[in-house]
Design a protein around this ligand. Structure first.
Ligand SMILES: [Zn+2]
Ligand SMILES: [Zn+2]
Length: 194
């Protein structure tokens, strides 16, 4: 099994009420495992500041990455600059059991319980990325998309009028239905004539 890289912050080496800065990158090849159809064009860069209080660790940061996917209207490969935000509070707690491995219980407020002397921020970085990916990529706000009948790109050919549109109308479900009705009627009349 492939193991994810770690972004470890060592609590034992850090002082209370001090701010620490973590910076780094996560390789494209790693990101791919967490993405759907999007392709990373760049490695992800992150900047995280960690502030340790007595039993709490406050984590804030940003992630940046460039992704490519198809425009949902015209299917042209489209690049988006993704900027995500990390906000999490780690609370020291071992209420459930005494596993010495870090235990994460996420709540809506993004509070994560931990035990042990280090926290791994990798999941926070990936979360920040995933949440910031738009549901649909759009090459341009005014993208006109494709002709629904023949697939012609309406951005390149805005005055396109489609020959297939008329044909399609004729063959629409409506006309098929009325044809079906006629057939049915014919059938009934034939029965009566018997
Ligand atoms: Zn488009
Ligand atoms: Zn067309």
């Amino acid at each position: 099994m492939k193991e994810n890289p770690k972004i470890i912050f060592h609590l034992s080496d850090s002082q209370n009420n001090q701010q620490y800065q973590l910076e780094g990158t996560i390789k494209k090849e790693v990101l791919v495992d967490f993405l759907d159809t999007e392709q990373p064009l760049t490695d992800l860069t992150y900047t995280i500041s960690v502030f340790k209080a007595k039993d709490e660790v406050f984590v804030n940061g940003t992630v940046e990455c460039q992704l490519e996917d198809l425009c949902y209207r015209c299917l042209k490969p489209t690049t988006e600059n993704i900027k995500g935000v990390i906000e999490a509070t780690y609370v020291y707690g071992n209420e459930n059991d005494t596993k010495d491995k870090e235990k994460e219980l996420e709540s809506l407020e993004n509070v994560i319980y931990y035990v042990g002397s280090e926290i791994d921020l990798f999941d926070r970085v990936i979360e920040a990325l995933i949440i910031s990916i738009p549901q649909r990529f759009l090459c341009d706000e005014n993208c006109k998309g494709l002709c629904p009948f023949c697939g012609e790109d309406l951005n390149e050919n805005p005055s396109h009028t489609c020959e297939l549109a008329e044909k399609f109308e004729e063959e629409s479900v409506f006309s098929k239905l009325s044809a079906l009705k006629d057939n049915l009627k014919d059938g009934q009349e034939n029965n009566h004539n018997r």
